[in-house]
Design a protein around this ligand. Structure first.
Ligand SMILES: C[S@@+](CC[C@H](N)C(=O)[O-])C[C@H]1O[C@@H](n2cnc3c(N)ncnc32)[C@H](O)[C@@H]1O
Length: 413
């Protein structure tokens, strides 16, 4: 049975990119039974070997194993930062004036309808110059997205006036009305295997791809993010989930919202603010500038800012951390390991540094050390810890934990 389960986990990874660790095999067994196609792993493996049945069997299993957790207004701050008017200007400059949006891995549709509602609100009309496509690998999720009917719990983050304007309400069910539906559509797309952007799609002004990359391995994340960036039209914006960005490279850690170059390039908005305490200001300015430089790929400047802090205080954990980020981004995994270790030596409960040390160790080929680092991150994540406010401001600690757990699972395989 273990052999059959491992074989099925491999098939799933090859089909969807989703990693399934050995400790998830019990859940995989149950999922196999839930498909109704087989009563155990060996039987399912046999079905999957038959070319005539394979695709359908794997699709059914993917429906069962993928994590479809989502909600309206998930990570509200990130959504509120979407620059609709600027996107419209870019779309006008590009020709047709329609802001083209792709919500990749949209699960049951809440993210797509949220974007539609935000577009209506931002343009102040029920007919905004926007077209949104939501895609997912799960047929079941897409069917529910098309249905657009949600339980009370799913809509709880929506303010009452928005619920009243964009839903009909019947008992405990809230159904999306025709206003957002008019400019929204759903389609199948596999981020791991299908072309990006999807075949037949034009380039996009806004791509939202959140809380899916964490289930992929590092190489796949890098490949997919690069393809997503290339799929943007000039002036377009890519929004990654915080944990997805954390699972990628250092450059992407600094900002989970990226903007494609436009003729009149707008710098991606910085979501960080220096701390207000006066004696700290200079140091915080260095940190903020270093992060901004790292974010824009200006490695030397980022290192110089970090070094300026370290010259005054060699025990500044955040400065070592920033050095580690930049070194990792440059492909110097060993230097990154050393810098991140220094950060953790100064501050052993610096969970973000432990997480990045995991990534650096993986890049350096040391899986055991990577596993240790992710476990340290999981042990030390503390939602009440305010010490790394500047670094953590746009990061959800729950997402970091999810990213760490995903890597621990993959490494324990
Ligand atoms: C946790 S949900 C994220 C939903 C939404 N983006 C959000 O952040 O709220 C993850 C979704 O990714 C989908 N998924 C997993 N692997 C995928 C792949 N290779 N291609 C496209 N979607 C995938 C799953 O079916 C699931 O619906």
């Amino acid at each position: 049975v273990t052999g059959a389960l491992a074989q099925i986990a491999t098939l799933l990874r090859e089909e969807s990119g989703v990693l399934i660790g050995e400790h998830q095999h019990a859940a995989l067994s149950t999922a196999i039974v839930r498909t109704g196609l087989a009563s155990n792993a060996a039987e399912f493996a046999q079905i999957a070997r038959d070319p005539a049945q394979r695709r359908q069997a794997l699709a059914a299993l993917i429906d069962e194993v993928t994590v479809k957790e989502t909600s309206f207004m998930r990570d509200r701050r990130q959504l509120a930062a979407i620059p609709w008017q600027a996107l419209h200007e870019s779309a006008q400059a590009a020709g047709d004036g329609i802001v083209r949006v792709w919500s990749a891995a949209c699960a049951t549709g809440e993210e797509v309808y949220t974007l539609a509602i935000l577009a209506c609100e931002s343009f102040g009309t029920n007919d905004p110059p926007v077209h949104i496509v939501g895609t997912d690998i799960s047929g079941l999720a897409l069917a529910r997205a098309n249905e657009g009917a949600y339980r009370e719990r799913a809509v709880r983050e929506l303010d009452a006036p928005l619920r009243d304007r964009y839903f009909t309400h019947d008992d405990a069910t809230w159904t999306v009305n025709e206003i957002p539906r008019r400019f929204v559509e759903f389609a199948f797309h596999n981020l791991y295997r299908d072309p990006i952007p999807p075949l037949g799609s034009r380039r996009l002004d806004l791509i939202v791809c959140r809380n899916v990359l964490i289930y992929f391995d590092g190489e796949t994340i890098e490949r997919v993010v690069e393809q997503l960036e290339r799929a943007l039209r000039a002036g377009g914006t890519l929004v990654l989930g915080a944990a997805d960005a954390l699972s990628g490279s250092a450059r992407r850690l600094a900002a989970s919202t990226r903007t494609a170059p436009a003729r009149e390039r707008r710098e991606p908005r910085t979501l960080r603010r220096p701390l207000g305490r006066v004696p700290q200001r200079r140091r915080e300015d260095h940190i903020a500038t270093a992060l901004q430089a790292a974010d824009h790929g200006r490695a030397e400047e980022a290192l110089a800012q970090a070094d300026a802090i370290l010259a005054k205080d060699p025990l500044d954990a955040e400065a070592h951390y920033i050095r580690g980020l930049v070194e990792l981004e440059r492909g110097d995994a060993r230097a990154a390991v050393a810098s991140l270790r220094r950060a953790l030596y100064v501050d052993p409960s610096f969970a973000l540094a432990a997480f990045k040390l995991g990534r650096a160790n993986e890049a350096a080929g040391d899986k055991t050390a990577a596993l240790r680092a992710y476990e340290q991150a999981l042990r030390t994540i503390d939602p009440d810890d305010e010490r790394h406010e500047l670094l953590l401001e746009q990061v959800d600690l729950g997402d970091i934990a999810a990213a760490c757990s995903a890597r621990v699972e993959a490494l324990r395989k």
